[in-house]
Every structure is written in C-alpha cells, then in structure tokens.
Design a protein around this ligand. Sequence first.
Ligand code: SAM
Length: 332
Amino acid sequence: DMALYTLGNHTLDTQHPDMDVLTALIGDEGVDAELFHEANRVKTEEFGSKVFVRGIIEFSNYCRCTCAYCGISAQMVHAKRYRMPPDELTDAAVRAAETYRTVILQSGEDRFYTAEMLADIVRRIKQRANCAVTLSIGERTLEEYRLMREAGADRFLLKHETANAVLYESLHGVPLETRLDAQRRIRALGFELGGGFMVGLPGQTDETLAQDLMTLVYEGVEMAGIGPFIAHPDTELGGAPDGDPHKTLKVLALARLLLPKCHLPSTTALNVKGGMKNALLCGADVIMQKATPFEYRKLYDIYPGRDALEVPLEEQYETLRKRLAEFGLSAE
Ligand code: SAM
C-alpha cells in the first residue's frame, strides 16, 4: 500500500496518521535520507519536474494585529508604514501577470482596504489579466470574504501559525479557534485554502509540529506554507534563536507524504536560510517571487534577511528558470 511508509523503525500510515509516530519521526535524525527521498518521489509522481512560480505583491505593511514574532505588527511603532493606492496595486498586479500565472496580494491586516475595495481590485485585475489571484490579507467576516470570492479571487493564504492553543494565544492574544474559524469560512466559500505554520517558534516541541501537520490534514488545506521562524530584533521574540532549516525540511517532507497533492512552497523564510534547492528536492513544488514595486520592498520587513533586490520581474523569473533547469526542474 502506497499510503504506508516504513522509515527507520517507524511505520507511518498516511491515511490514519498517528501523532506519536509523527513526533518520533520529527525527532529521529536517522530517517532523514529516506524521508527526503520518499518526499521527492511523491512530489515527482504528482507534479513531474514542474515548479509552480508565483508573483507576490506586498501591498501594505499597516497591521492591526500584535503577533509577537512579526516585524510589521501594530506594536512596531517605529516601522515606516506604506500602503499602495488601489489603482497602483491593480496596475502592478496586471504587470506581474505578464510574468506569473498566479499573483498573490499580501498585506498586514489593514482595514483601510474595505472588502468592497479589495473585491473591486480583484475584479479589475481579472478583467485585465489572465491570472489566478490569491489573497493573503488576514481575518475577515464571512460576508467580507464572500465579496472577494464573488469578485473572482481564487485562493486564500491564512496560516494557522501554530497548532498549540496555549502557544498560539500567548503569541497572538486571541484564541487559536479564531484563526481556525477564519480558515473554515474561507474553505466554505470555495477558495482554495493555503494554511501553514512556522517551525522553531520559542516553546514549540516536536509534538507541536506533529499537531501542526495533523491540523493541515484536518483543515483540508490545498496549499501549506511551512517556514522557519526568523527572529526580528525589534520584536519581543528578538532574542530567540531562529528556527532550524533542517527541521523545517523534515516537516515539509512529512507534509508531502501526508498530503501528496498539496501545493507546498519553498517558503521565502526557508529561501532566506539558503534552502530553496533543498526544499524543492524534499517535497516543495512552489516558489514565490517578489513582484512588489521596488520602493516598498525594504519596508515589508516581517523578518530580517528578505531580499529587497531591484531586479525587473522578467529577469528575476529568467534567472530562476535557469537555476531550476540546473537541477532538472522546469518553471511553470
Ligand atoms: N497578515 C496576513 C496574515 O497574517 O495572514 C498576511 C501577512 S503575514 C506578515 C504573512 C506570514 O508571515 C505569516 O503567516 C507568518 O507565518 C509570517 N511571519 C511573520 N513573522 C515571521 C517571522 N518572524 N518569521 C517567519 N515568518 C514570519
């Protein structure tokens, strides 16, 4: 049975995943080579040599949330804030769609943009460009999400961040259920849901990570961003160690076995840690490239080390395409 994996002395039944087995696998370094090999095999079976490349526009860094790890949280009073006017955002997205088949619109939780405004932006992009539109703008009501969905938004990224309810509440000041409920509203409207979580948050254990993986399964995500926590010096977690890129790859590989058809990006945070090639050989099938207008890139400072290079989109894509070809992969 293809759903059954023997890794070291562990047996993982991906149809009925067991928390203890997942926890043990995450902690056992002896299984790494086999695990990565299997994850790459499953990814290749599902997607061949294809890597899906998306363009992301970070259109506002205003945020009402107080996430303890994030460099653009409302608590970062010294952060210089920007927000793109709707017309400028629409034009930038249409331009990005000349290079990328999917354009992701991401921001802090910025209520300046009403649901009507966001719906209008999506509608205009879809009229002018032939691309999928993904939103990543945080929690809204069902009615707000509905307007965006009806305007043609295809997908929505909203990570659960950590499945440990106590840890979630200590980092966000609101219960985990708030986040999971928002994910359910998104699913209910027929968006493709992108979930995900961070690896290496202070206080997280291997058991937490197993719970995180189970949450992806329960929430029925079609995409999952799994990336290392990277400490931002100005936040209250500024002194904490960064998440381990190797552990992140292990968890990513396990996600591939549990969710063979799920889109798994080599997250920006993992790329910062030099892991793009590794991630693409350990189960990831998606790369996101910046399509944010140059003047704003440095200001979207959620964690340190993100590249703010001013490379034109075509050239950026071409460079990636060549790099992927070097390891036998083709950009889609
Ligand atoms: N506000 C939207 C939301 O919360 O979904 C989208 C923007 S938010 C900045 C995007 C993602 O950044 C979050 O889901 C979180 O996982 C990630 N992030 C924020 N701070 C981070 C850090 N210090 N290290 C790694 N990832 C971080």
